[in-house]
Design a protein around this ligand. Structure first.
Ligand SMILES: [Zn+2]
Length: 222
């Protein structure tokens, strides 16, 4: 065994172990690289010819890996295949919006000058909701991810800073970096006392804020 491979391989093994454990809880996962991006590149990246009519984007119908969050699975055999195709993976992403949990990630960042925690508390006061006890993941940069669940019939879109400055929402088609992942900036870990919790249902009035506003009806109907 080449000793130069030791650390990356160890990181990949750990990432796989964490990913399998998340999958056991019903969370669909994909391998992530150190940059938090899907570890497997698209098999269609060279096929983006500008000429000709563009067909519908492939979400994995071709049978190959490399479709980002569409590769996500809870099947241990498939997860092992994904990780062996990406031995450079150091983390894993958890797909949001999928059954059974229909996960919604509330991403409170610390990058800007704004206090995203205070912004969420202000929203909670104004719209009369409380964040229930739920899984919280601490990010290497000091941010927090609150894990909530949505009703199956609702599609929560991704958004960045729409709810309030510093608050991003991970919904359908998005993913959360799973606890135990390592990136170039450090490790993601569950906040003390929250690892054993199940993701709590998103409060109704918060859910309403996350959904696109219905379009105003045009004058004259239709
Ligand atoms: Zn494809």
């Amino acid at each position: 065994m080449a000793t130069t491979d030791r650390y990356p391989r160890q990181a990949a093994t750990l990432a796989l172990a964490h990913a399998l454990s998340a999958a056991e809880r019903g969370l669909a996962v994909i391998p992530l690289s150190r940059t938090k991006l899907p570890a497997l590149r698209s098999p269609h990246r060279d096929a983006s010819a500008p000429a000709g009519p563009a067909g519908p984007p492939c979400h994995g119908e071709c049978g190959r890996f490399g479709h980002g969050v569409y590769d996500a699975s809870t099947d241990p055999a498939r997860i092992r295949e994904l990780f062996s195709a990406a031995p450079w993976a150091t983390g894993y992403g958890i797909a949001c919006g999928l059954p059974p949990h229909h996960l919604i990630g509330v991403d409170l960042d610390t990058k800007s000058d704004t206090d995203s925690g205070a912004a969420l508390r202000a929203l909670a006061l104004r719209h009369r909701f409380t964040i229930p006890p739920t899984i919280i993941v601490l990010t290497p940069s000091g941010g927090r991810h609150l894990w909530l669940t949505g009703p199956p019939e609702v599609v929560v879109p991704n958004s960045a800073g729409r709810l309030a400055p510093g608050i991003d929402i991970r919904g359908a088609g998005g993913y959360l970096v799973g606890p135990g992942s390592r990136t170039a900036h450090g490790a993601y870990a569950t906040a003390p006392g929250t690892a054993h919790l199940t993701p709590a249902p998103c409060p109704r009035s918060l859910l309403r804020l996350l959904l696109p506003r219905p379009r105003a009806p045009r004058p004259g109907g239709a």
